[in-house]
Design a protein. Sequence first.
Length: 269
Amino acid sequence: MMQWPDALGKPHPAWSAARGELRLVSLVPSITELLWDLGLGPQLVGRTGFCVHPRQALQAVPKVGGTKGFSVEKIRALAPTHVIVNVDENRREEVAALEAFVPHIVVTHPLGPDDNPALYRLLGHLFGKEGEAERLCADYAAARAELAAAVADLPRETVLYLIWKKPWMSISRDTYISRMLAAAGWDSLPADGAERYPEVDLALARQAGRILLPSEPYPFRDKDALELAADPAASGTPVLTVDGEMISWYGSRAIAGLRYLAALRQSLA
C-alpha cells in the first residue's frame, strides 16, 4: 500500500472506500479551505471556529474550539479517521492528546509559498483527489509566474510587517509570511534574529520603505494606519493596510494571495 509522509516524515496510507467512511477534522483554517477546494467538503466533520472559508458551506460543519484550546472530547465524539494539524498553529501537547483515539494525525508545515504544491499533492494522494490537486498545482504555477512578471522591473523594498500592537510584534525572515512577501519583492524587518515572531521597537520603521498592517492576527484597520503614520517613532514611513489572509494563509488561498500581491505591488509602483 502506498504511503505518503507528512511534514514530520510520518507515513500515512492512501485512503480507500474499502477502509470505510473517511471522516476529516481540520484544526487549521487554511487547510479547511484547501480540503473544500479539493472536493473533500462532504468528508469534513469538524473544524475550528477560525475556519471560515467557504463561509456559507462551513456553517453546517461542527466547531471543536480554536486552533489552540480545542475540545478533545468534541473531536472524540466526531470519530475522525484523520485530524489535520499544523506545527505553528496547534500546540504539540494538545495534538498529542488526540493520538489515543485518532488513527491518523497528519502534520503540515509549509515554510514558504513554494511548499504549497507539495501540500496539495500530499492531501490529494491521501484522500483520492489527485486530479484536483494537480489542477491546484497548475493554478499555483500560473499565479507564481504572474507575480514574478509583475515585480520583475520593480525595485526591491524593505518593509516592516506588524502582526500585533501593545507590544508591537513583527516577523522574522524564517516565516511563511516573510517568504511570501519576498516573492513579491518585499524584504521584511528585522533582517536577522532567532525569534520567529519578535517584539520590535517602532523605531525599526526608520529602516523600512513601508509599514504593512495586515488584517490578522491583530485586526489592524485604517484608523490604526492613520495613528501609526502620525507617530513620531515611525518617522513618517508610509503605512499601508493589507489583507492578512492573502499573505499568511497557505493552501488554495495562496493562489489568490500571489495574484493579490502582484496587483498590490503594481498599484503602488
